[in-house]
Design a protein around this ligand. Sequence first.
Ligand SMILES: Cc1cc2nc3c(=O)[nH]c(=O)nc-3n(C[C@H](O)[C@H](O)[C@H](O)COP(=O)(O)O)c2cc1C
Length: 133
Amino acid sequence: MNSLDQLVYCSRARLGDTQAVEQIADIVHVSTVRNARVGITGALTLRGDVFVQLLEGSPTELDILMLHLHFDARHEDIVVLARERIAQRAFPAWGMTAPRPDHLATGDLDRLIAQRSTDIGSWREALGAAHAA
Ligand SMILES: Cc1cc2nc3c(=O)[nH]c(=O)nc-3n(C[C@H](O)[C@H](O)[C@H](O)COP(=O)(O)O)c2cc1C
């Protein structure tokens, strides 16, 4: 069976204030296409100036993507908070989704960000996972 890993990281956005919405739409668009090609799914959101992204896919493809992300000038200070082997995807339906604010448990998300939580299950829930994984 092919292994599946899930990870969550935070980073600090370096987006121009006025273009934040367009830039996120662009990131999600590119990610959806590229991720679908390599079997990565997940969720991306921005709270204040903090990106949170949950990624799931083959361990090798996740490693490659994380390497790309480190060279992307649109954010900095990437911290991987948790990574674990999973049995099934929590976000199976999309290449990459930007959950609408009303689909996010925003209070929980802000608390998890403040804590830099390492509890990946809580991140999954706050980001609106379809499955517990
Ligand atoms: C916060 C953030 C999240 C991103 N998430 C992804 C992602 O899930 N998948 C992806 O392919 N690129 C993602 N990107 C974009 C990559 O850093 C990179 O720009 C993209 O993979 C295109 O790389 P290339 O120009 O070398 O082809 C993200 C960028 C940022 C700033």
